[in-house]
Design a protein around this ligand. Sequence first.
Ligand SMILES: [Zn+2]
Length: 61
Amino acid sequence: MARERADQAPIERCPHCGRDLSSWERVLLQVDRALVCKSCWYRIILPVDAERDADEKERKR
Ligand SMILES: [Zn+2]
């Protein structure tokens, strides 16, 4: 079960020009956490899990 992770929706389109990302580009984005839109050259950055990691670390204490 995914707990509170659904609100972190995967990025499906360029936030700058709105171009839909191909499924392959979405994979690249997931892997690299960054992707340059080929339409407007906007650098899409995937929010890193750092916050979530820190959150879980704190819970363990
Ligand atoms: Zn774009």
